[in-house]
Design a protein around this ligand. Sequence first.
Ligand code: PLP
Length: 317
Amino acid sequence: MTPPAFATVLVFLDPAFENGRLADATQPQLMATDQGATRGDGVFESLLAVGGRARKLQAHLSRLAGSARALELGIPAEDAWRRAVETAIGEYRSAHPAAIPEEDEVVVKLIVTRGVEGASSPTCWVQASPVPAAGRRQRESGIDVILLDRGYDSDIAERAPWLLLGAKTLSYAVNMAALRHAHKQGADDVIFTSADGRVLEGPTSTVLLAHLETSDGGAGGGGGGSAVKRLITPQLDSGILPGTSQGALFAAAKAAGWELGYGPLEPQDLMDADAVWLISSIRLLAPVNHIDGQEIGTPAVRKQLTAELSELFAGIE
Ligand code: PLP
């Protein structure tokens, strides 16, 4: 079989190789009995490297450690991950030099599985691969979204920690099924709601909304003058994954004068917003054009706010 033009780079964390052990992604590398494969038992992170630098690496390493703790997995120290990430990005960029600086983006995944039954340590590797074209397009064109019931109350995470709702586990079959369901309805993506009617998150993203208020209290902020700009996300303790992108963008937006807010949010808050986005590390800010067929805000305001926030987000290390 001919390997794909943009072959994935694999770097296993292996104590015998200080900077990680390179492996051939076109050959089998994992035991078929690995519990990552048989049970989805493991954790992962996805991040973007731009110009050879992994963005928000510390935030991803911290979240990976938190997810591993939730699953009682002992993982290698951060330094070993950092070196393996650097090896993977370096190998990928030398094999596939970007034609133009804007295309110098690499998707980097950090993956941990529980290993085969009885393994004394988890299986850990870093994978470098190209950015999916659809994600790049959606940053520009925006997305249509449907609301789907996740079936849990928004306080379930605390009551049932074994559901691992705040951890980024390998068990993404439900998230992928929700996306397929949306695609069949002609939509691009999903916003999950809780059984008690709260806005939660996307299957692979965090929900953000913006409200503009003119200084005289009017909504919309279209009349010039000083407008209060408020950026809001669902409560972090409502059984969602805390997004590294949301966290970083909130810090940058605050420094730029935005007011920040954390839920609780209901679907009507999304419908009434001046703009809504799904934000994540790879696709970045994807403006939401419609939710369940209803237009969100106006094209002009969506475009202007997306440009403003995208510039703030691009400045994050
Ligand atoms: N929520 C879920 C369920 C996710 O899978 C992701 C990312 O994949 C996010 C939110 C966004 O997280 P981040 O901004 O760290 O990429």
